[in-house]
Design a protein around this ligand. Structure first.
Ligand SMILES: Cc1cc2nc3c(=O)[nH]c(=O)nc-3n(C[C@H](O)[C@H](O)[C@H](O)COP(=O)(O)O)c2cc1C
Ligand SMILES: [Mn+2]
Length: 504
């Protein structure tokens, strides 16, 4: 059931009426962004706004967001641009071959219940063993579609790729959906992360891995050893592989094994031509190259997923040594910016898929919502089954210690009966149930590199809010009021009467 490649996924999207081919000629500079941004912000019943609709029609049934777009006529380029392929709950589920994202979470949960050793990380690290070696581990293949065409040496260039300039204030054009393959110098273990790449010229780009991420951790080893770091960057392939590059997996958990688990079939990998890396054989385009351990260059600014420009800063530089690609490749891209955007749905997939793992460590957690406007690291809404005083504080502290949850600026904890997916209820309970001085707790720690409100980069304060009802032992001596609810017999009687009342 796994997709053989990106083209296979595109065919599925098309069959399901989830993709629009844009045949009008458009520029890769800003115009694709403007069309994609409007598309990502379409809501049912709301028009696309002036100007859109000239070259294509939006099918009617997109729940809260417009279709995937395949730009077939990008001014000056032969290669088409795919964007917004992950941009809805439905398409994200389709990308992972499930009907609902919770299915993936349930598969993880049932694995954890069959064999259940140790901590969160230990459990996650067990996954490959649990899934079984044959089905999840990557396989090496000798020949690959992604190497049908090879441009090595002086022939290697980024110029044929329709890399987007996303926003007017951007420092240049950026690869926005690259899977960056690195290897630890010490252990040889692989990491794959999605880190945007600022194109400086035909053969050099920035390498924007944040200091907290796997690529930067490997890079620190090469810096210490003063050794050149060989890197491969893949674009496209089975969408489950691309998602895996964005997933917040623990250190040393091979994203290609996780992709194998997601697609329930191992990922075929092929050896690169000029660097000691393997890449997914089904990729559209592969960039091979290296990063020098001493070189730095200004990267950015870039209109970021925070909805603000992230400032220019110094990052390592990627030097291209070879480009390989399919005969007729597709260039996958996304834009980020003020939410909701396509990346919100990649993030929502992570929320659903990782929830069972978080619950295995914090069993009192019932549900968690990372609202898209909270851009994932700003706001987490969590419901818990509370049994003892200060349990909400324990959950808050524990979440700040769990993987990339460490970046979460605001965590709000509610009781189990609160639907944290319902923002109307969230705001009502939050305002009603807290005494700010008692129920708000502050802490300091690492913050996301993109956080611009922290007084200095990389570290700042966090806020935890206990919005649960206060129980004995929490210093609240007054009785806690009951929710207002109608008596069951009256509800039943009015249920029977309702249709006759002519109200609706
Ligand atoms: C569209 C998109 C762009 C991203 N860009 C970056 C980036 O430029 N730098 C970065 O450190 N993380 C970026 N991320 C987040 C990482 O991909 C994510 O944190 C991932 O878990 C990193 O994997 P790692 O833990 O193996 O480093 C991006 C995510 C998405 C979905
Ligand atoms: Mn990783």
């Amino acid at each position: 059931m796994a997709y053989t490649d990106l083209g296979d996924f595109i065919s599925r999207l098309e069959r399901e009426n989830e993709l629009v081919r844009v045949r009008e000629r458009v520029s890769r500079d800003l115009e694709i962004t403007e069309i994609a941004d409007r598309t990502m912000k379409l809501t049912p019943g709301v028009g696309a706004g002036p100007g859109v609709g000239a070259g294509f029609e939006i099918p009617p049934q997109h729940q809260g967001n417009g279709p995937a777009l395949l730009f077939e006529n990008v001014d000056g380029f032969e290669i088409p641009v795919l964007i917004n392929a992950y941009g809805s709950q439905r398409r994200m589920a389709m990308a992972l071959g499930v009907d609902s994202l919770d299915e993936v979470g349930e598969r993880i949960e049932s694995l954890l219940h069959t064999q259940s050793p140790g901590t969160f990380i230990e459990k996650l690290m067990m996954l490959p063993k649990l899934v079984g070696l044959s089905s999840a581990f990557p396989k090496i293949v000798k020949s690959a579609p992604c190497q049908e065409i090879v441009h090595a040496g002086d022939d290697a260039s980024l110029d044929a790729l329709p890399v987007l300039k996303c926003w007017p204030g951007d420092g240049g054009r950026f690869l926005t959906l690259p899977m960056v393959f690195t290897k630890s110098l010490e252990t040889g273990k692989r990491n794959v992360g999605m880190y945007r790449m600022h194109v400086y010229d035909s053969r050099t780009t920035g390498m924007h891995w944040h200091v907290h991420k796997g690529g930067a951790r490997h890079y620190a080893e090469y810096e210490a050893a003063n050794q050149r770091m060989e890197i491969a960057v893949a674009l496209g392939g089975d969408p489950a592989i691309t998602y895996a590059a964005t997933a917040p997996l623990p250190e040393d958990f091979d994203e290609m094994i996780f992709a194998g688990f997601l697609r329930q079939a191992s990922v075929d990998m092929v050896q690169c031509k000029t660097v000691d890396q393997q890449v997914p054989a089904d990729a559209e385009i592969v960039l091979e190259g290296f990063v020098d351990p001493r070189e730095r260059r200004i990267e950015g600014p870039f209109g970021d997923h925070t909805g603000y420009y992230s400032p220019a800063d110094e990052y390592p530089v990627f030097h291209l040594t070879c480009v390989t690609h399919r005969k007729d490749p597709i260039y996958p891209a996304t834009i980020v910016g003020r939410p909701p955007m396509e990346d919100c749905y990649l993030g929502k997939a992570t929320e659903r898929i990782f929830l069972p793992l978080i619950k295995s460590q914090l069993p009192e957690i019932v549900d968690m919502n990372l609202p898209v406007e909270g851009i994932f690291h700003n706001l987490a809404l969590v419901s818990i089954r509370k049994r003892y005083p200060m349990q909400a504080r324990k959950v808050i502290s524990a979440l700040w210690g769990l993987g990339q949850m460490m970046f979460t600026k605001i965590i709000v904890v509610f009781d189990e009966d609160v639907d944290v997916q319902d923002m109307s209820e969230v705001i009502w309970r939050l305002g009603s149930n807290i005494d700010p001085r008692r129920d708000v707790t502050f802490s300091d720690g690492p913050v996301d590199v993109l956080d611009h409100a922290a007084p200095q980069p990389l570290y700042g304060s966090k806020m935890g809010i206990d919005a649960t009802r206060k129980i004995a032992g929490e210093g609240h001596d007054r009785p806690w009021p009951e929710d207002i609810r109608m008596s069951a017999d009256v509800v039943a009687r009015i249920d029977r009467l309702w249709g006759k009342l002519g109200i609706g």
